[in-house]
Design a protein around this ligand. Structure first.
Ligand code: 5GP
Length: 114
């Protein structure tokens, strides 16, 4: 059983503001939001980094993106726009080693990447 902080949220051992859940994914608000909307889409299966995800899980990665897009549509900001980011390992800025997709919205994102 994984001990990542996100696994503990999935097991309801620590609280989070959960906005979406299905059999394979959970999504909750980031504790330190970098935009007015900042939601993390997290697979229930633990993978430390994107490098650890096997090709057989391509559907899971697609689900994460589509769940984020659905959230943007249902929350009414899809047409205005949003940004999806997945950080990988230290130089990629990853701090929690349980893969997750950041959904950022509600402000204009700059054109750069860091
Ligand atoms: P990373 O830097 O790994 O791409 O992103 C990790 C994200 O998880 C950060 O944006 C951070 O604010 C968020 N985070 C870390 N710990 C917690 C927590 O306990 N609860 C929630 N909701 N978000 C967290």
């Amino acid at each position: 059983m994984s001990d990542s902080i996100f696994s503990r949220i999935i097991r309801r051992e620590i609280p989070a503001d959960i906005v979406y859940e299905d059999e394979r994914l959970i999504a909750f608000k980031d504790i330190s939001p970098q935009a007015p909307v900042h939601v993390l889409f997290v697979p229930k299966q633990h993978y430390s980094t994107l490098n650890d995800v096997p090709a057989s899980e391509a559907e899971l990665l697609g689900r994460m993106m589509l769940a984020a897009a659905d959230y943007a549509k249902t929350q009414g900001f899809a047409d205005r726009g949003y940004r999806l980011v997945m950080n990988c390992n230290r130089e990629g800025g990853q701090t929690v080693f349980h893969i997750h997709l950041h959904l950022l919205a509600g402000r204009t994102m700059d054109g750069g990447f860091g």
